[in-house]
Design a protein around this ligand. Structure first.
Ligand code: ZN
Length: 133
């Protein structure tokens, strides 16, 4: 379990439902967020939503004169709670990577999309290390 920013114990848990925001190269489109509900949605439903949101971003970037390489992807949500009932600082958000989707699954998904839409992928930074293993 991730660490709580307040009590520093590994007691941070994702709520059953909330909103996930997709940040690419540090930016999030106004449409770059979606609601998740772990009771109603399967893990695959949530992963499909992540796929769709990243694809929407790439399609939006297609309108720009130069397609920026993808250097950073973050999946963040404020919808965590601490088992010790801590209250978080306003603006607190935490990644759902390794909670809803593994880093490797996300890399595979983004790689597929970047190939499909002809984007250069420079993420994660140590990707070449991963590929040679
Ligand atoms: Zn706590």
């Amino acid at each position: 379990m991730p660490y709580c920013p307040d009590c520093m114990n590994d007691t941070l848990k994702l709520k059953k439902n909330g909103v996930i925001e997709v940040f690419i190269n540090g930016k999030s489109l106004s449409t770059g967020r979606f609601i998740f509900n772990q009771i109603k949605d399967s893990q695959d439903d949530i992963k499909n939503n992540i796929y769709q949101k990243i694809e929407e971003y790439l399609l939006w970037c297609n309108n720009l004169q130069n397609k920026p390489p993808i250097t950073n992807i973050e999946l963040l949500t404020a919808d965590f709670f601490c088992e010790n009932q801590c209250t978080f600082m306003p603006g607190f958000k935490h990644s759902i990577i390794e909670i809803i989707i593994t880093q490797q699954e996300l890399i595979d998904l983004v790689t597929k999309l970047c190939v499909k839409h002809e984007y250069k992928l420079l993420w994660p930074k140590d990707k070449s290390d991963i590929e040679t293993i």
